[in-house]
Design a protein around this ligand. Structure first.
Ligand SMILES: Nc1ncnc2c1ncn2[C@@H]1O[C@H](COP(=O)(O)OP(=O)(O)O)[C@@H](O)[C@H]1O
Ligand SMILES: [Mg+2]
Length: 312
């Protein structure tokens, strides 16, 4: 089995509202796969479908190479879900919460005991195992939710916006733990609207907007959807006198009119080592000095914004 998740033209309606329209993508075994999209794009709906909580209207959805509709129990034993909202019993201790999930997944008490300890250690909560969730920070609660989802050692972990509303330090810790889980062999479907996280963590991704797939594939492949690879930003000594287009018309460079102003030129290009000197020469000819210069590869963030805008 190569694909752990395989979706083909999956469509879901809420009444007359189409929340997912012909969604197709595959997640390979061992992958850390990003599901990206703005609020309302259908990420949680897709996760509810994958967890077997919600029926879909048409298409095919296979997990572990089995159709989801007819193999729900067998599939659920091999997967863990970290929902978008905290799903914990506040009046049970941390260790009791994880134990409860272990038993729900069908482990007997002896098996469960060892696995609960293992899961709590993996998320760094073993030392506070006797604490109650209501005394925990947001980051700790999220990690406890993850412990509940991995206690039965699933082959697939599905996480719905796990870092939403976490402070930067907790977020960093959590991302590290997600990477570690993946390294230990757990395939992960990771949902987020933070693009830099997906770029950092994931090998492949699908970008959703309004229930449709905008882009899909490896992160470098998604980035190739834009005609340029780099962004350059130049701070000019004094102010830019002529219209930018006039002196760069000859160059293979595209301006970002929304980011450029009287002192700063922001433009997208390929091969910056070749094209930047050409731009600088043009500026010098116009008598404009350069105070500061930055070159960066286009981020997934920028690709995402451009794709979303071109879809509207
Ligand atoms: N239970 C529901 N009933 C009706 N519409 C829903 C329901 N859940 C979600 N929706 C709608 O479906 C779309 C996708 O929502 P959702 O899957 O929650 O997106 P995301 O998780 O990406 O923010 C939105 O337009 C949302 O309003
Ligand atoms: Mg959601």
């Amino acid at each position: 089995m190569d694909n752990i998740i395989s979706l083909s033209k999956v469509t879901k309606y809420y009444g007359h509202h189409c929340a997912l329209k012909e969604i197709s993508f595959q997640v390979k075994k061992g992958s850390l796969y990003g599901l990206l999209g703005p609020n309302g794009s259908g990420k949680s709906t897709l996760i509810h479908l994958l967890s077997g909580l919600l029926p879909f209207d048409s298409g095919a959805c296979r997990l572990f190479d089995m159709p989801i509709q007819t193999n729900r129990q067998c599939i659920q034993k091999q997967m863990g879900i970290v929902p978008q909202e905290y799903a914990l019993y506040e009046d049970l201790k941390a260790i009791e919460n994880v134990m409860l999930f272990a038993r729900l997944y069908g482990l007997d008490y002896k098996q469960a005991k060892a696995k609960v300890e293992n899961a709590l250690k993996k998320v760094n909560l073993w030392d506070v195992r006797n604490g109650f969730p209501y005394t925990f920070s947001g980051g700790m609660k999220k990690r406890l939710n993850i412990a509940c989802a991995i206690v039965h050692e699933p082959k697939l972990l599905i996480m719905d916006e796990p870092t939403a509303s976490l402070d930067p330090v907790s977020r960093d810790d959590l991302l590290q733990q997600i990477k570690d889980l993946n390294r230990q062999g757990c395939s992960i479907l990771y949902t987020s609207h933070y693009l830099e996280e997906v770029e950092l963590l994931c090998d492949h991704a699908t970008i959703l907007n309004k229930g449709m797939v905008l882009a899909e594939g490896s992160i470098p492949k998604i980035k190739q959807l834009l005609p340029y690879t780099h962004q350059i930003s130049l701070l000019i000594d004094g102010s830019i006198r002529n219209s930018l287009e006039i002196f760069t018309r000859q160059l293979p460079i595209a301006f970002e009119p929304t980011l450029s102003n009287h002192h700063r030129i922001v433009a997208n290009c390929n091969e910056p080592a070749k094209n930047l000197p050409l731009l600088m020469m043009q500026l010098q000819k116009q008598g404009m000095g350069i105070l500061d210069l930055q070159i960066s590869p286009l981020s997934l963030d920028q690709v995402f914004l451009k794709l979303i805008h071109s879809h509207e």
